[in-house]
Design a binder for this molecule. Sequence first.
Ligand code: ADP
Ligand code: ZN
Length: 530
Amino acid sequence: SPETATDLSTEPLKVLQRVFGYDSFRGTQQEIIDHVVGGGDALVLMPTGGGKSLCYQIPALVRPGVGIVVSPLIALMQDQVDALGALGVRAGFLNSTQSYQQRRETEDAFLSGELDLLYLAPERLRLDSTLDLLARGEVGVFAIDEAHCVAQWGHDFRPDYLALSVLHERWPDVPRIALTATATPATRDEIANRLQLTEARHFVSDFDRPNIQYRIAPKTDARRQLLQLLQTEHLGESGIVYRLSRAEVERTAEFLTANGVTALPYHAGLDKEIRAAHQSRFLREDGLVMVATIAFGMGIDKPDVRFVAHLDLPKSIEGYYQETGRAGRDGLPSTAWMAYGLQDVVQQRKLIDNSEGDEAHRRTQSRHLDSMLALCETVQCRRARLLDYFGQPDAEPCGNCDTCLSPPESWDGTVAAQKLLSTVVRLQRERNQKFGAGQIIDILRGKKTQKVEQFRHDELSVFGVGSDLSDNEWRGVIRQLLAQSLLAVEGDYGTLVLTDTSSEVLRREDPRQVWLRTEPKKTPAAKAKA
Ligand code: ADP
Ligand code: ZN
């Protein structure tokens, strides 16, 4: 009847106000919720902090039956369920961390209709027992959180997600809502195909975070550069510093502490209690800097994070965007700052070469790294590049990122590239040798080091042909050639080798032009205790 129809369309707002205590919906929340409450499938692409949870929590409360939420974030389930409980929402979860008894209680609550929401780890749905359980109760809606995990070409593939297509087959009439913060157009298509969401309406939010200023600086001394940033722009403010390794997390936290910044480490190698204590201090206190691996941040909802700093290169733009997205959730100006250098490229390539998994997996990782490098080396607006990557191609230059504020100069690096590549060629052809960046630069600059003399590299015809550039400038050339795939690194020592396209630069007739960013002058380092 028309009356029920109005009830359905107004009910979500009442639930929002009564249960969650918010006045109004944000962005596309209302549209999404109405669509799902009405029984439609949805694919939701919304940046971190955009408010995805309500998009399935409210339909779960409004529709008859229980909302089943599939999430890979097992560590967060208890917190999510507790937070919902505090609002009077009846929620439970099933995952491998529970005892048999706890699971039984949750299953009973589900079957007797005492739950509004049930969170499940994806591997649960591979078990017939779980599917049978769901069949014996009443399901109102399926929510698939972090849906990009189903994409094999994505940055965070989880095989268990492939089994989720079973939901559509067994419950064709139950609406499904898949949500992610990190989907490019290709990933979006893959999600829709693999989850059989072909009929689903797509809700794509604006991915722009206008209050975040994106900056990527060449790495000279990462910790000192960071300290400089904190001292000049973010004194006494909360922020997150990401590092790749646990050891670097510890060292960086100690360094900041020694220099008067309250900083705590966070990584998976620390005791659970210590991690929990550091996390809760970060959430409660003002002006605390969390130095962390990417293990930190999932589900962290702190509005006044003023900066996110990456001292090592992230593995993908998806990861970078998600991590930087934790800054400035309150809408106030915030900084996403990153230091990046030649060593990062070498290290990431090495990680990929040594990674487990098949060739296809390594190729995927390489592709993600290449996109990340292209963002680092771009002379265009960083924000426009990011938005383009996430499927918004026509953004104007933002006027607020580093490349907009001080446009990098570029220079014709064709001759420099030729000198460098022919040094690599000569070492390999004439001597059957491969070397890393340091030795190649010494040869180019004509330095008679012990190692140069030992290998008689001063007898090479290319010895000293690159004395017009500094060490730092040569490192910049190498870094950018790596980013442009005109040069590659291999092995544990980061030796430089040619790629399929190197010859285009080296050919005599009409060589490929190479444009390079001018390396900025080194900024004066902050006063720091080592
Ligand atoms: P996401 O999952 O997209 O990262 P969340 O669902 O965790 O985002 O929401 C981020 C924050 O925004 C949470 O604190 C949430 O309570 C808040 N929020 C979401 N929707 C609204 C709304 N309509 N009004 C006010 N706050 C909201
Ligand atoms: Zn810009």
